[in-house]
Design a binder for this molecule. Structure first.
Ligand code: ASP
Length: 640
């Protein structure tokens, strides 16, 4: 290698893809390039030998180029080509030629040409990979993929997903810059920022005995940036939450985090919606967006109609309330249906609701049992059903209690037609009814193919309850974010029944207060959530008191932001959106690991680099730590 000298190439050339190893990438050559002498470099994707001819498909991130080695024309190169194996890295020099008539490959961007090799250099050899890189559809055990992620990422589907994700983030950045946002990084070593999960903590060497917490979100910092007058902030922020992993969760993940000053709910939602539309159209122009403007659904309405605060609105299958029509029948009465199970639920202030699943009327006994099991798993005591026959009449094991008119009333209330299977949940707790039917609705919507895969159905859900009651700790818990503002008409509800703000009870008016909180959902996934915040110290302290913090604890945990509010905080609000979830949904994935370069396994491990691992003995002593075992935790106790 010669000594680096001052640059003598144009910025275009410096920004271009040509390097000392290649003039063009493996995805670049077309018929018009025939006759050019070129250098290309890449991995051996596939090879075929035909007598004196050796064909190699050379691969890089940009595509595939067919190289031909002819023993008669370039014997030395052909001899090397005969020896190389898949995944060797080659540099090839040769002449671009049109492929012979009938041998062009229309599926390949470079399919009209091949490069006739004059010489080849093996830049790197490769072991036989543990799985096929050139067969993108071959199933490979995920642990193996994660163990050899650098090989997995060579496979086309991963390349495409990571490229889409990069374009998505680029489009996000462009929208924000255009709208006057500035991108500001906030620290990773920080203090606890509660978002409802456990913190990851990092011991401090300079202050032994103290720890940093990794941010669950940059929430307080972005609010402080509003107090600082930054007006519009955004960040592609890494967040850390120590919780049990699922398909849509990882211990570290990426959020688009943003905050705006002098806004109300409408203004934040309007910007975010326009940004989502623009990003979707630029990244996946072929996907159909179900409805613009996005539907904005009140939280209670979402729970009533869909049993979910992140409804998949690609299909109907809405929940219907059965009690009003049955109890209005002759011989019944307020709360009386004739069926004890329903009546008990109603008497306890609960509900009887249903969904009508199309085409499922002829489900077998075991299919129904499976649905009952599903409902029980999510807390229902049972699941009643009515099947609607070809004549439109309902038949059901509970007809003996409800009577023929009761069953007919159910069919009518559910607007069910021939072939429908009506599934009914009754419970004293409306949340159970909504949740179970909401999950059944989502499951059956997918099973029955009611959800069009090509459609992106974005919707907003707003006005969540400010708090839910934590019976164990006898306090209110913020439903979403402890800093969320209260809907102005509900401010006077932020009080306790006893009058003592530090003695909350289940009966408090605060339980009815609505938050200026909005979530955006996409195809049944929560994509993001945010709120207009409380920006007055007195109100924030009142809200924290309801959440069980004494004045002392408040100041210890949130003193920084409370104090900042004494120095002129503008009204402000924002949102955070899951980049991993969004990228997964835009690439038809159900697992966010598929759109992360280096995700963790279900047990939070990185099998490639072996994380987490034991600290070195000197790290223990420098930090003043000793491992004494774990007393009670969901994670196994490490041997001493
Ligand atoms: N910090 C919140 C979260 O991480 C989002 C927000 O309210 O802006 O969910």
């Amino acid at each position: 290698m010669s000594k680096p000298s001052p640059s003598s190439i144009s910025p275009e050339a410096a920004f271009g893809l040509a390097t000392p190893y290649r003039d063009v990438t493996c995805g670049e050559l077309r018929a018009a390039d025939a006759g050019r002498e070129v250098r290309v470099s890449g991995w051996v994707h596939r090879r075929r030998d035909y007598g004196g001819l050796h064909f190699i498909d050379l691969r890089d991130r940009y595509g595939l180029t067919q190289i031909v080695f002819n023993e008669a024309e370039a014997p030395e190169a052909a001899e090397i080509a005969a020896r190389v194996r898949n995944e060797f890295v080659l540099e090839v020099r040769g002449i671009v030629a049109l492929r012979l008539d009938g041998t062009a490959n229309a599926k390949l961007a470079t399919g009209d040409i091949e490069v006739k090799a004059a010489s080849v250099t093996v830049l790197s050899e490769s072991e036989t990979p543990p799985f096929y890189i050139n067969e993108p559809d071959a199933p490979v055990d995920e642990n193996l993929r994660l163990r050899y992620r650098y090989l997995d990422i060579r496979r086309r589907p991963m390349v495409e997903r990571l490229m889409l994700r990069s374009r998505m983030v680029q489009a996000i950045r462009e929208c924000h810059h255009r709208a006057g946002f500035i991108e500001i990084e906030t620290p990773i070593l920080l203090k606890s920022t509660p978002e409802g999960a456990r913190d990851f903590i990092v011991p401090s060497r300079l202050q032994p005995g103290s720890v940093y917490a990794l941010p669950q979100s940059p929430q307080q910092l972005k609010q402080l940036l509003m107090v600082a007058g930054m007006d519009r902030y955004f960040q592609i922020a890494r967040c850390f939450r120590d919780e049990d992993l699922r398909g849509d969760r990882q211990p570290e993940f990426t959020q688009l985090d943003l905050e705006m000053s002098f806004v109300d709910e409408q203004r934040v939602m309007d910007f975010v919606e326009a940004m989502i539309l623009e990003v979707s159209k630029s990244v996946v122009p072929d996907r159909q967006i179900q409805q613009v403007p996005f539907p904005r659904i009140d939280y209670h309405e979402a729970m009533e109609r869909y049993g979910s605060d992140k409804p998949d609105i690609r299909f109907g299958l809405e929940l219907v309330d059965l009690a009003p029509s049955i109890t209005a029948l002759p011989g019944r009465g307020e709360g009386l249906t004739g069926f004890r199970v329903f009546d008990e639920a109603l008497a306890a202030g609960g509900r009887v609701k249903a969904i009508a699943a199309p085409g499922m009327a002829d489900s077998s006994r075991s299919q129904i049992d499976e649905l009952v099991g599903f409902a029980r798993r999510f807390g229902a005591k049972g699941l009643a059903h009515v099947s609607v026959g070809a004549d439109g009449a309902g038949a059901s094991p509970i007809a003996k209690f409800l009577g023929e008119d009761g069953i007919a009333a159910i069919v009518k209330a559910a607007a069910a037609v021939a072939g429908d299977l009506i599934l009914i949940v009754a419970d004293a707790d409306h949340d159970v009814v909504a949740d179970v039917l909401g999950r059944l609705r989502q499951e059956l919507g997918l099973r029955l193919g009611l959800a069009d895969e090509n459609v992106l159905a974005y919707c907003w859900v707003y006005h969540f309850p400010m708090y839910h009651w934590d019976a164990e700790k006898s306090r209110w818990d913020a439903t979403h974010n402890p800093f969320s503002g209260v809907v102005p008409e509900d401010v006077e509800l932020l009080v306790t029944e006893s009058g003592d703000p530090y003695a909350p009870s289940h009966q408090d008016p605060a339980g009815r207060a609505r938050a200026m909180q909005y979530d955006v959902a996409l195809n049944g996934w929560e994509l993001g959530g945010g709120s207009v915040r409380i920006h007055k110290r007195e109100l924030l302290e009142r809200s924290f008191a309801l959440q069980g913090y004494s004045l002392e604890q408040m100041h210890e945990r949130f003193g920084g932001i409370l104090e900042a509010f004494d120095y002129g905080a503008p009204p402000h609000g924002g949102i955070a959106m899951g980049i991993d979830r969004w990228a997964a949904l835009l690439t038809h994935q159900t697992n966010i690991r598929e759109v992360m370069a280096f995700p963790k396994t279900q047990s939070g491990a990185d099998p490639m680099l072996g994380a987490p691992s034991e600290p070195e003995p000197e790290q223990y002593s420098e930090l003043g730590l000793r491992f004494v075992g774990v007393q009670s935790s969901s994670t196994p106790v490490k041997p001493q």
